[in-house]
Design a protein around this ligand. Structure first.
Ligand code: ATP
Ligand code: ZN
Ligand code: MG
Length: 311
């Protein structure tokens, strides 16, 4: 298996306990799990909590929803394969004739490699929930005064990073919010949300802190990209100790400058180039952090914690 990262002993133990308790259902592939009732209930309640906190802060984001596949051209336009080739997933499908189909089925029946029978389609798996937002907004032309705030929801993201860590999945939900506006507006929105998110996670009894971070850029030139991202504080993460040697990022707050707006040509009402920022709450990681902190029996979580979710 490609680049499998085994879990640490405490990650293995946590994963086993989660499966035993019915929170996770193993699929046989690391990082791909079914989810039990309580796990899913908390996940949805957390998502609703974020929506409430946003509304209380006076935010009225426009709801847009997208499927978890992305046109391949978008992955290409974004330079995703330059930065994160190791994480990408692309969809291949069969387009052959009967003879070829039979050969493919035979190989597959013996669990051999049947990839040679497939052709690349127009689709990739969405690696970040905000990606479809930028071309969608670009299609509308120049931004309205004040820019836009978009709520693309808590949707699936795929990353090819098979791991034994129950917090590192290949398919997971990311609740994002996206701001597209003038550079200063976008930056202060990102910082406000970082602080607001830290608070809302601490209200859930999580021992959370934020720190400057970087994306896992690929290769040697990637190390330089990562260093420059940190230097400019373009990415913050909120971290919690769940299991393993390092704390886990349960949310991130990203200032992209003009990365997306230059590619798609998004301008502000007064004609300047817009900037973008996004935040992403890792749904599964947050549920995991809550289960680890308050115990696997959701009904016996502290009343104060429950009061924010069971409203
Ligand atoms: P990490 O440093 O742990 O790899 P990341 O920097 O790749 O995380 P982002 O790209 O900022 O994460 O994704 C937004 C959020 O999605 C993260 O803060 C995290 O909570 C969650 N997330 C990212 N990768 C995974 C994964 N493999 N499994 C589960 N949740 C994830
Ligand atoms: Zn994003
Ligand atoms: Mg990552």
């Amino acid at each position: 298996m490609a680049d499998f990262r085994p879990g640490t002993p405490d990650q293995d133990a946590l994963l086993e306990a989660l499966i035993e308790a019915g929170h996770l259902v193993p699929s046989g592939v690391p990082g791909v799990y079914g989810r039990g009732h309580d796990y899913e209930d908390v996940r949805h309640r957390f998502d609703a909590y974020v929506t409430r906190v946003a509304a209380e802060a006076g935010e009225r984001p426009e709801v847009l929803r997208f499927p978890p596949v992305l046109p391949r051209q978008q992955i290409e336009d974004l330079g995703y394969l330059e930065n994160f080739p190791h994480l990408a997933g692309s969809v291949f499908a069969f387009e052959g004739k009967e003879l070829d189909a039979r050969a493919m089925a035979e190989t597959a029946g013996a669990h051999g490699d049947w990839s040679g029978h497939l052709h690349q389609t127009d689709l990739c798996l969405t690696p970040a929930v905000c990606y479809p937002v930028y071309p969608a907004i670009a299609r509308r032309g120049t931004l309205p005064a004040g820019g836009v705030t978009i709520d693309p929801g808590g949707s699936y993201a795929f990353r090819h990073e098979p791991s034994g860590d129950p917090a590192r999945l290949q398919m997971f939900h990311m609740r994002e919010l996206v701001r597209i506006a003038e550079p200063e507006v976008v930056q202060s929105w990102r910082d406000q949300w970082r602080d607001r998110a830290l608070q809302l996670l601490r209200h859930l009894g999580l021992d959370a802190d934020f720190d400057v971070a970087n994306d896992p850029f690929f290769g040697r030139s990637g190390r330089m990209m990562a260093a420059s991202q940190r230097e400019q504080s373009l990415k913050f993460e909120i971290l919690v100790q769940i299991a393993g040697d390092e704390p886990t990022a349960i949310a991130s707050f990203n200032y992209h400058q003009d990365h997306f707006t230059a590619i798609y040509g998004i301008d502000t009402a007064d004609g300047g180039r817009a900037h973008t920022a996004c935040l992403g709450f890792g749904h599964e990681r947050i549920v995991l952090a809550l289960l680890k902190t308050h115990g696997l029996d959701v009904a016996s979580w502290p009343a104060d914690v429950r009061s924010h979710l069971w409203v």
